[in-house]
Write a protein that binds this ligand. Structure first.
Ligand SMILES: [Zn+2]
Length: 270
């Protein structure tokens, strides 16, 4: 055997091991059932909501967020008990628990200009649930054993499982691939729901430019959902390829959104 051949064989072996370690990650099945996933989300929801400042105390606003969210999530390819809550924290972010409970912060809503941007963020979070990204994130980053034991503990006594899930959701971040996928699926859902999918591009551009200006303010959002110029390019080129909408069409529901935006500012007394 020549030196070159040995070198090639070891290179192939190394590649094989790398593929097993990294390539295998994404394709590994998820080790908990949908019912366990829902139980896990329900266990974590109350603490998660408290952590995010509690629900914004205005029924009209909550009904509005819920209506837009349900309209979008009805177009997803996974039927789940989706539920949308506007929470009283000024830090811009949106998060989805396993099982379908989705939280949007007042701080993020305040940064939006129209309803298609709101639909876009709710669509992005819906996609993380529908594609099981959040469960996969916990499984891949905390380990199958941890996820399985959390799922086993959910619904039992004590708030251990809920607390751990809350901790995980605030400290883990979605992979680059999951973010691309959530943008693409999210844009698809909102388009099926009758919104201009360029709402997704608008939203990402607003958040990205804010991050450039005030990185500290956007830190949490960027840690949980890394926003890169690559993501903006990716979703823009996907939409251009489809060609069914333009980024120049104004949102027909912008006035309705602005009224809700105003109501939010008044409710928070700012
Ligand atoms: Zn995301």
């Amino acid at each position: 055997m020549t030196k070159t051949t040995i070198h090639r064989i070891s290179l192939l072996l190394a590649l094989g091991v790398t593929t097993l370690l990294f390539g295998g990650c994404g394709s590994m099945p998820i080790f908990i059932s949908t019912d366990q996933e829902i139980a896990l989300g329900e266990e974590a929801a109350p603490e998660f909501q408290t952590e995010l400042g509690g629900a914004v105390d205005n029924q009209q606003l909550q009904d509005y967020i819920q209506a837009v969210g349900l309209k979008v999530s009805a177009e997803s390819d996974r039927e789940m008990p989706y539920d949308f809550v506007l929470v009283n924290t000024d830090v811009p972010n949106a998060m989805a628990l396993p099982g379908g409970k989705i939280f949007l912060t007042a701080g993020l809503m305040k940064l939006m200009d129209n309803e298609q941007q709101l639909a876009a963020v709710l669509g992005h979070e819906t996609a993380h649930v529908a594609q099981r990204h959040n469960v996969r994130m916990i499984q891949d980053q905390m380990g199958i054993a941890v996820l399985a034991s959390l799922a086993g503990a959910a619904g039992g006594e004590g708030a251990e499982a809920g607390t751990q899930i809350v901790g995980a959701m605030f400290s883990l971040s979605y992979s680059r691939e999951n973010e691309f996928e959530a943008d693409e699926f999210g844009a698809k859902y909102i388009e099926s729901a009758g919104y201009n999918p360029y709402g997704m591009v608008e939203l990402l551009e607003v958040l990205y430019s804010l991050h450039e200006e005030e990185p500290g303010k956007m830190e949490e959002m960027f840690m949980t959902h890394p926003i890169t110029s690559e993501r903006i390019e990716n979703i823009r080129s996907t939409l251009i390829e489809e060609g069914s909408y333009s980024d120049q069409t104004p949102d027909p529901n912008a006035a309705r959104f602005r009224a809700m935006h105003q109501l939010l500012v008044e409710t928070l007394g700012q």
